[in-house]
Design a protein. Structure first.
Length: 272
C-alpha cells in the first residue's frame, strides 16, 4: 500500500517551469499598490504547477508578486475596497488579507505585500496565502446581508418549533446576527462581494410524524413562497426576497433521523 502511494505521488509530479505572468494579474496588483500609495514596482514571477493532477501541467500556473509597501493596514484596506477587493479577516501574522479579481489574493505582513494567484493541486509551491479565508464585511455589506440572515433565522427557528426540537443557536442564534453565519467571497460583474450560508442539523425522534411536522412548519412561514414538494413528505423549500431555505428530514449515515435546515442568500453584496 505504501509503495503504491509513493508511485502515485511520483507519477503525479511533473517539472515545474518558469512561465509568463498574466497581464490581468500584473495590472490588478500594480493598481492596488499605486492606490495604496506605493511607489515601487512589484516583482512578478510565475511557474507551472508541476502536477499532472492539474490537467496539462503547462496550463496550470502559480503566479506571485512581492513588494515592500509603507502603507498602513487601514490605508491598504481602504484602497482595496475602492478597487473592489474584498477584505478578509486577518489570520496568523498577516495584518491585511484580500481577495481580488479572478480570485487573486493579497496579504500584508510587516510592511511587505505578497500577491498570489494559483490553483495548484500540490499546495505549498510559491503559495503563502492558501489558508481558508472569511470575508471581513464592510458596514454597507452588513446593511445588505444582515436583514436577509435575520429573516432566515426567524424562519429556521419556526421550523424547529414545528418539529418540537430546540433551535440550533450556533447556526441560527436568537439575536439573528451575522456573526455565526458562514461567509464567503463572491463576485459581481464589476466587483467582489460577500454572501452568507447557514446549516443546522438537529436529531428528531425515530417515530416523528414527518408529514405533520412539514405541514405545521409550512403554515408557520407566513409571507414565504413555499415549494411544498408534495411527493416528498420529508422535504420542502421556501423563498422570500433574497433569502432561500430548505428543510429536510432524513436519516443520517449513522441512522439517526435528523432535521436539516439550510439557508442562504442569492445576493452577492458588493464591497463598494
Amino acid at each position: 500500500m505504501a509503495l503504491a502511494f509513493v508511485v502515485l505521488l511520483v507519477a503525479g509530479c511533473a517539472e515545474s517551469k518558469p512561465t509568463s505572468v498574466s497581464p490581468q494579474f500584473q495590472d490588478a496588483v500594480t493598481a492596488l499598490v499605486r492606490e495604496a500609495g506605493g511607489k515601487a514596482d512589484p516583482s512578478f514571477s510565475a511557474m507551472t504547477c508541476g502536477s499532472i493532477f492539474d490537467g496539462n501541467p503547462d496550463d496550470s500556473v502559480a503566479m506571485w508578486a512581492d513588494v515592500d509597501l509603507a502603507a498602513s493596514p487601514d490605508d491598504l484596506r481602504t484602497a482595496a475596497v475602492s478597487l473592489g477587493w474584498q477584505p478578509q479577516i486577518p489570520v496568523d501574522d498577516w495584518s491585511v488579507l484580500l481577495v481580488g479579481p479572478a480570485d487573486a489574493r493579497v496579504g500584508l505582513r510587516r510592511g511587505h505585500l505578497r500577491a498570489e494567484k494559483a490553483k495548484c493541486s500540490i499546495a505549498g509551491r510559491h503559495q503563502d496565502l492558501t489558508m481558508p479565508l472569511r470575508p471581513d464585511l464592510t458596514d454597507a455589506q452588513r446593511a445588505v446581508l444582515g436583514p436577509s440572515f435575520a429573516r432566515a433565522t426567524t424562519a429556521a427557528r419556526k421550523i424547529s418549533t414545528a418539529a418540537n426540537v430546540p433551535a440550533d443557536e450556533a447556526a441560527f442564534p436568537t439575536a439573528g446576527t451575522l456573526t455565526t453565519a458562514n461567509l464567503y467571497t463572491c463576485t459581481t460583474p464589476t466587483t467582489n462581494g460577500a454572501q452568507w450560508r447557514a446549516t443546522s442539523k438537529t436529531p428528531l425522534t425515530q417515530d416523528a410524524d414527518l408529514a405533520t411536522i412539514k405541514r405545521t412548519a409550512i403554515d408557520a412561514l407566513t409571507g414565504w413562497k413555499i415549494d411544498p414538494r408534495p411527493t416528498q413528505p420529508e422535504y420542502f423549500t421556501a423563498t422570500r426576497d433574497d433569502t432561500t431555505l430548505s428543510a429536510m428530514m432524513i436519516k443520517s449515515g449513522e441512522g439517526t433521523l435528523e432535521l436539516t435546515i439550510t439557508a442562504t442568500t442569492t445576493t452577492c453584496a458588493p464591497v463598494k
